[in-house]
Design a protein around this ligand. Structure first.
Ligand SMILES: [Zn+2]
Length: 335
């Protein structure tokens, strides 16, 4: 019998058959990959492995900036992209400049370009009478006619509309008492030759943060072994990852910065994942840093006030998506 590091249930060895990857397989495969459930380190039961795949990793792959970046860097084929549309955590991608400034976009696969491109969501734009500039609203968010007029918008003429169903747009407007004249067709930028500048608004919720925390906890379990991470001091992070149990202090914090200090810049970042584990500055807590595709950095608190010393706790690895090899980080370029 072995005890699972997530659900704490004791189960026969056959229930630990699936390989549990430290870096989810959907983010690339690596030579001599770090996985749990090898004969000497049975750690995650197949039920927990299945639960994580179905509930945490699916969203980590589909609905995060890191997940979308997989298509850009060839980890995934653009044609396999499935848009979550309005349900996506990545929303309201406004073109930052040009004639379409302020419009709302979602990401979709373009067969013609064989890449993921922004496409307009159904929306309407009203012109401000004083400034001539446009403000856009998704169909569900259109204010009442009086409210729009009070804000100085022209509801009678020059209204812009985007979407596949003109009828749906007219209905949404009619519901707010607006029966406008529309502006003539605007030429859209040629997506083949022009790069569109898009702003993202991403919400990162506990499903995503738990998926990140699991990478950190798996990494610790990989190096220190299942017995070690079964200690009571790891109960809070374990139950957060497995059951979503929260506490007052967040387990995961996000930074818009690379973990590695020698990273040239956000614009020319290396296509790597990074995972580290170390003592926190107070020398008592155990923390891990995780970065997928070297984009955002997540700091995960794995244990608060760990009782005692651990030899060789400090570790860090770089998962290179270029040659699919894993490199150990040295002290100088760590953190
Ligand atoms: Zn389990």
């Amino acid at each position: 019998m072995k005890k699972c590091i997530y659900c704490l249930e004791s189960k026969p060895e056959e229930s630990f058959a699936k390989a549990e990857h430290v870096i989810p397989q959907s983010f690339g495969l690596f030579q001599d990959n770090f996985t749990l459930n090898q004969p000497h380190n049975k750690a995650v039961c197949d039920d927990c492995n299945q639960y994580f795949g179905d509930n945490l990793e699916i969203d980590l792959g589909r609905d995060t900036i890191e997940g979308i970046s997989r298509y850009e860097y060839g980890i995934r084929k653009p044609k396999d992209f499935k848009s979550l549309g309005n349900r996506s955590r990545i929303q309201h991608k406004k073109i930052a400049e040009g004639v379409l400034k302020g419009t709302f976009y979602y990401l979709a696969y373009s067969q013609e370009l064989n890449q993921i491109t922004p496409k307009p969501l159904p929306q309407v734009g009203f012109q401000n009478k004083a400034s001539s500039s446009y403000t856009y609203f998704l169909l569900d968010d259109i204010p009442d006619k009086t409210e729009l007029e009070n804000q100085g918008f022209d509801c009678a003429a020059n209204v812009r509309a985007f979407g596949n169903s003109f009828e749906a747009i007219e209905q949404a407007l009619a519901a707010k008492g607006i029966f406008p004249g529309f502006q003539e067709e605007i030429p859209l930028p040629d997506q083949k030759s022009e790069k569109m500048l898009v702003e993202f608004e991403v919400s990162v919720d506990s499903i995503i943060l738990r998926a990140i925390a699991k990478i950190a906890f798996n990494y610790l379990a990989y190096w220190q072994g299942a017995e070690f991470v079964l200690q009571d001091v790891f109960h809070p992070i374990r139950f957060y990852i497995r059951n979503g149990e929260r506490r007052e202090t967040p387990f995961v914090q996000i930074r818009d910065k690379s973990i590695l200090i020698d990273e040239p810049s956000q614009e020319f970042r290396r296509i790597i994942h990074v995972v580290t584990v170390n003592w926190a500055q107070n020398g008592l807590s155990i923390i891990s840093q995780v970065s997928l595709l070297n984009y955002l950095s997540y700091t995960v608190q794995l244990a608060m006030n760990f009782p005692g010393q651990i030899l060789n706790l400090r570790k860090g690895h770089l998962f290179n998506l270029g040659d699919h090899k894993i490199y150990e980080l040295t002290a100088q370029n760590k953190m």
